[in-house]
Design a protein around this ligand. Sequence first.
Ligand SMILES: NC(=O)c1ccc[n+]([C@@H]2O[C@H](COP(=O)([O-])OP(=O)(O)OC[C@H]3O[C@@H](n4cnc5c(N)ncnc54)[C@H](OP(=O)(O)O)[C@@H]3O)[C@@H](O)[C@H]2O)c1
Length: 218
Amino acid sequence: MTRIAIVGGHGQVARQLIHLLRRADHDPVALVRNEDYRADLEARGAEVRLLDIEHQGAADFADAFAGCEAVVFAAGGGPDGNIERKRTVDLEGSLKSIEGAQKAGIRRFVQVSAIGVDDPLPADTGAVWRAYVEAKRDADAALRASDLDWTIIRPGRLTDEPGTGRVALGPDVLRGDVARADVAAVVAAVLDVPTTIARQWNLVNGDVPVGEAVRVAG
Ligand SMILES: NC(=O)c1ccc[n+]([C@@H]2O[C@H](COP(=O)([O-])OP(=O)(O)OC[C@H]3O[C@@H](n4cnc5c(N)ncnc54)[C@H](OP(=O)(O)O)[C@@H]3O)[C@@H](O)[C@H]2O)c1
């Protein structure tokens, strides 16, 4: 059994991940900024710890990760159109999670990113989308450059469709939709598979069962 910290622990992917981690006999630790989430998350089987990504520093992240063997970064500024939060949550939240993991002596780190963020952006790209893509791009680059045992999962457009347990996963997978439930399933699966370390994959809906997709891609 492994204790796994989830940054952005009340997110839509995160809540489904909690369930899957419990089923796999792991101990999920949901890191959230809002005490009101506690009852819901505890009912799902998570330990809840408070962490405000924007207003706390790397040392606080390390404290929040205490006793954990892996970190999942599943937070995001969300679709509120706030450019500043792309930097403070999607980028700096990830950077502080990386530094916090290092301070806490945790090696395993799985990041939920987004598909295509290394592609050049057209000149007429809107400012909010540009800020989001660049935040994800830079967070991934920092994680790849770290000494952590990282895996980067880059989903296509997220949907709330029921998970199918079947995906397309790999470095060159083209854009498409993917169910949040299947993103959670892939994150849960890669945590346990050492051949996924130092790998970065796109993820969309597909035909290959999650376990097989992770084994083949790895
Ligand atoms: N939407 C898409 O189509 C798409 C596509 C590819 C990748 N992604 C990425 O996939 C990831 C997971 O998506 P999702 O739909 O599960 O995201 P989500 O439901 O928006 O969850 C993000 C979580 O981050 C938390 N957060 C934001 N600011 C915080 C702060 N200052 N302190 C603590 N927590 C904070 C939010 O908490 P609060 O509830 O307190 O705000 C929320 O629970 C995100 O990184 C997203 O960018 C999204």
